[in-house]
Write a protein that binds this ligand. Structure first.
Ligand SMILES: [Zn+2]
Length: 197
């Protein structure tokens, strides 16, 4: 289904930050929040420009009642309200990958649904939800620690939490039919690393 195919999202400095669906890419372009990048010339187009442009031979397209439009492979954001995530996005999936599905206090390896996200400096004390302040913890350790710091609870982290430096998994999103134009924006080394993980 073309609407659910993947579109690579670049920030306004043309650095890859995200992968979205063709559907969402069209919505962003239509709202004027992004330009669609031509996969042959790498020229950015507004939604209207893209709509009026001839569809390239063999390109995926979307046919609606009123128009036919080529599916965007690459999108460049017009602005980026937030600071673009450098490297790996903080989320539960990536956190569990960093911490190896193990409680960072007692070392217990557990299924993901048995692990919680612990704020090292508790949120109630201004601790942020970030790579540097969040770790996986089993429920027992999380309860024991409560709203205290590890030092106060006399608990020791197995290692200091930090932002992982592995590459975002752009390749994993569309390994089988990743558009060729993406390789212009994602360093080959990252793509290879992605394929291997
Ligand atoms: Zn534990």
């Amino acid at each position: 289904m073309t609407l659910s195919a993947s579109t690579l999202v670049l920030n306004r400095h043309w650095m890859p930050v995200h992968v979205t669906t063709v559907r969402q890419a069209l919505i962003l372009a239509y709202a004027g929040r992004a330009h669609i990048v031509c996969p042959e010339t790498y020229t950015p187009h507004t939604f209207d420009d893209w709509l009026n442009r001839e569809i390239a031979d063999g390109a995926r397209s979307i046919q609606s009642l009123h128009f036919k439009i080529q599916a965007p492979e690459v999108l460049v954001l017009s602005s980026y309200a937030k600071v673009p995530p450098r490297g790996v996005v903080f989320n539960r999936f990536n956190l569990s990958r960093r911490d190896g599905n193990a409680c960072q206090y007692c070392g217990a390896r557990l299924p993901l649904d048995k692990l919680t996200i612990d704020h090292v400096v508790p949120q109630s004390r201004g601790g942020e939800t970030s790579w540097e302040n969040c770790v996986l913890a089993c429920m027992r350790c999380n309860n024991r620690k409560g709203s205290r710091t590890p030092a106060e609870a006399n608990m020791k982290l197995s290692r200091l939490p930090e932002r992982p430096d592995w590459s975002p998994r752009y390749a994993a999103y569309a390994r089988s039919n990743r558009p060729g134009s993406w390789s212009r924006f994602i360093p080959a080394a990252q793509l290879v690393a992605c394929e291997l993980t």
